[in-house]
Design a protein around this ligand. Structure first.
Ligand SMILES: Nc1ncnc2c1ncn2[C@@H]1O[C@H](COP(=O)(O)OP(=O)(O)O[C@H]2O[C@H](CO)[C@@H](O)[C@H](O)[C@H]2O)[C@@H](O)[C@H]1O
Length: 527
C-alpha cells in the first residue's frame, strides 16, 4: 500500500496494470469536484499556469517535429510560467513514465469514455499529466497510424477525448490539485479543446499553435453527436461537409499562432491556406494570428554532442571531415573528396524529395554523394531505394529514423537538401546549420526566416527540379571556394537558434492571451 501524500490522499502507480483501478478524487463535502489552485514552479510575478496539450513529446514518443517542440518549449517557458504537459497514455508513454501516479479522473461525455489522469515528474522536474484509457491509447507504434501506415479508425474518438480532457482540466473538473489559466493547444489532435471550453462556458482562454496546416483532423459529420459537439456549433466545424478539428481550434481559440512569421502570412492566402485561408485572414486582421520561429535543443552542439565521432567547433574543419569519413563508412559509401549532401526528413510529399530524386544524377555526375535518413510514404521510400541501387557509390539511405544517426549525418555532411513544397518552420535546417552543414532550401515558410541566402545557406524560389539543380550548382561553386565555404559555415554555426528567443515570445503571448481574456471578462461584467 503506497504512503499517503502530503494532502492525505493515496496515490497509485499508473502502470498499464493499474489502468482499470478507480482513481482517488478530490471532492468537497457535497461530493462536487474541488477546484484547488496551486502554482508550484518558481516563476515571474506575472506567471500564469498553462497546460501544454500535445499528441507527441520526444521524452516518450515522436512522429516528427511537433514531438521535439513539445519537449523543448514547455521547458523553455518554465522560468516564466508554471507550464505542465498533457499527453495521451500510449504504450510508449506508459513504459517510460516511471513513477507516474493516478491523480484525477475525467467523466464520460457523449460517446467519449471516462479516463483517469496520471502525473509524472520528468527527471528535470517538468510535470506531465498522462491521459489514461487503455482501449483508446495503450497501443504500440505511432500515435496516429497503424503499423501499415493507415490512420487508426477511432482517431476522432481518441483525440476528441484528449481535447475534452484538456477542457475539463481547465474547468477544474478533473479532481486535480492544479488548474491552468491557459490551454496551449498544438495541432488538430487537441484543437477541439477550444470548442469544448466555449461550449461549457469555461472562462479559460486557449492558444492554438499550428505546426502544420495540412493535417486538419477531418471526420464524418455524423460523428458530431458522439463527440459531444452541440448542434449549434456544427456549422462552425464544417469543412466541405466534414467535421474539422483544426477549424474548431481556429474558430474558438482566443489566439492562433504558427511556427514562423512567413508561414503565418502564407496561410492567409489560397496557395498554402489549405482551404482555411479566409478564416485565417480574418483572424490575422483581428490581430489574433501570429508567428514565432521554433528554436532547437542546446544538445545539438558539435562541441559537446557525444553521438559524433569527434567533436568540432567553428573553423575546426578537420574534425568535421572525420565525421564525414565516418558517415561514408557507416553508409557503405566510398571515401571521396567531393561534397556530401544530406536529407534528414520524414519522407512525405510536403518535403519535395521527388525533386532530390530528379537532381541526384547531376549531383552524382559532379562527384557529390547523398545520404538519406528518414521514413514515411512507401512510394517515396521506394524511389529512394531505387536511387541507392542505381548509384551505389553516390547515394545511400537509412529508411527509418534514428536520432543518433541523424545527428552524425548533420555533422558529417556539407549541405542539407530541403526542397519542401511548404514548411511551417522546419527544424532540420537549423540542426544542419548548427553542425556547419549548409541548407539548400526552397524559399517558403520558416525556411525563409531561418536561412539567409548566400550567408547561412542557399534558397531557391520555385519548388521545381530545375530551380533545385541551379541552387545545387551554386553549392558546388561555393564548395570550390574554401574561404567562402568557411565563412558560410561559420555564419551558419553561429546563428542564434536556441529556444531562449522563441521562449520569451511565447511567454509574452501567454501573458497577452490570458490578460486579454481577463480584461474582456471584466469589461462584460462592468457593462
Ligand atoms: N521518420 C521520422 N520519425 C521521427 N522523427 C523524425 C522522422 N524524420 C525526421 N524526424 C525528426 O523530426 C525532425 C523534422 O522536423 P521538421 O520540423 O523539419 O518537420 P515536421 O514536418 O516533422 O514538423 C512539423 O512541425 C515542426 C514543429 O513545429 C515544424 O518545424 C515543421 O515545419 C512542420 O512540418 C527532424 O529533424 C528529425 O529530428
Amino acid at each position: 500500500m503506497p504512503a499517503p501524500d502530503s494532502a492525505g490522499r493515496t496515490r497509485r502507480a499508473a502502470s498499464a496494470g493499474a489502468l482499470r483501478s478507480k482513481s482517488p478524487r478530490l471532492r468537497d463535502a457535497k461530493g462536487r469536484f474541488q477546484r484547488c489552485l496551486v502554482a508550484t514552479a518558481p516563476c515571474a510575478p506575472d506567471a500564469h499556469r498553462s497546460l501544454f496539450v500535445t499528441s507527441e513529446m520526444s521524452d516518450f514518443i515522436k512522429a516528427g517535429g511537433l514531438g521535439e517542440v513539445a519537449a523543448a518549449l514547455p521547458r523553455a517557458l518554465r522560468d516564466r510560467h508554471d507550464v505542465r504537459v498533457l499527453i495521451p497514455g500510449y504504450q510508449a508513454v506508459l513504459e517510460r513514465a516511471i513513477g507516474a501516479e493516478v491523480v484525477g479522473r475525467i467523466e464520460a461525455h457523449a460517446d467519449l469514455p471516462a479516463c483517469e489522469i496520471a502525473l509524472v515528474h520528468q527527471p528535470d522536474g517538468l510535470p506531465v499529466y498522462i491521459l489514461l484509457n487503455a482501449a483508446l491509447f495503450a497501443r504500440p507504434g505511432s500515435p496516429y497510424v497503424t503499423a501499415e501506415g493507415v490512420e487508426w479508425d477511432d482517431n476522432a474518438l481518441r483525440f476528441a477525448t484528449l481535447s475534452y480532457a484538456a477542457a475539463q482540466i481547465a474547468a477544474g473538473a478533473a479532481g486535480l490539485d492544479w488548474t491552468p489559466e491557459l490551454l496551449h493547444l498544438n495541432d488538430w489532435p487537441c484543437a477541439l479543446a477550444a470548442g469544448y471550453l466555449r461550449w461549457s462556458g469555461t472562462p479559460v482562454p486557449s492558444l492554438l499553435t499550428i505546426h502544420n496546416l495540412a493535417y486538419q483532423g477531418l471526420f464524418p459529420h455524423a460523428m458530431a453527436g458522439a463527440l459531444g459537439v452541440p448542434d449549434a456549433a456544427r456549422d462552425a466545424l464544417d469543412f466541405y461537409g466534414r467535421l474539422s478539428f483544426l477549424q474548431a481550434g481556429i474558430v474558438f481559440a482566443d489566439q492562433v499562432n504558427t511556427v514562423s512569421i512567413s508561414y503565418a502570412q502564407q496561410i492567409t492566402g489560397p496557395e498554402l491556406g489549405c482551404g482555411l485561408d479566409e478564416l485565417l485572414a480574418r483572424r490575422a486582421a483581428a490581430g489574433r494570428l501570429s508567428g514565432i520561429v521554433n528554436g532547437i535543443d542546446p544538445s545539438y552542439d558539435p562541441r559537446t554532442d557525444t553521438h559524433l565521432q569527434v567533436p568540432f567547433s567553428v573553423n575546426q574543419w578537420q574534425g568535421k571531415n572525420v565525421n564525414a569519413q565516418h558517415v561514408r563508412r557507416a553508409f557503405h559509401l566510398p571515401q571521396s573528396r567531393g561534397p556530401l549532401f544530406a536529407v534528414v526528413s520524414r519522407l512525405v510529399h510536403q518535403k519535395g524529395l521527388d525533386l532530390v530524386v530528379d537532381v541526384a544524377p547531376q549531383i552524382a555526375a559532379a562527384g557529390g554523394q547523398i545520404v538519406f535518413v528518414g521514413q514515411g510514404e512507401r512510394p517515396i521510400e521506394q524511389s529512394v531505394r531505387a536511387l541507392c541501387a542505381r548509384y551505389p557509390a553516390h547515394v545511400a539511405a537509412m529508411i527509418g529514423f534514428e536520432e543518433a544517426t541523424a545527428r552524425r549525418v548533420y555533422a558529417g555532411s556539407d549541405f542539407l537538401l530541403m526542397p519542401s513544397r511548404f514548411e511551417p518552420c522546419g527544424l532540420s535546417q537549423m540542426y544542419a546549420q548548427r553542425f556547419g552543414s549548409l541548407p539548400i532550401a526552397h524559399a517558403t515558410g520558416g525556411l525563409i526566416d531561418t536561412v539567409d541566402d548566400g550567408v547561412t545557406g542557399f534558397l531557391f524560389a520555385e519548388p521545381s527540379a530545375d530551380a533545385l539543380r541551379r541552387c545545387v550548382g551554386r553549392a558546388f561553386r561555393t564548395w570550390r571556394q574554401p574561404t567562402l565555404l568557411s565563412a558560410m559555415r561559420r555564419a551558419a554555426m553561429l546563428t542564434p537558434s536556441g529556444w531562449e528567443r522563441a521562449g520569451a515570445r511565447y511567454a509574452e503571448l501567454y501573458t497577452r492571451t490570458t490578460t486579454t481574456r481577463a480584461n474582456a471578462t471584466r469589461m462584460r461584467a462592468v457593462g
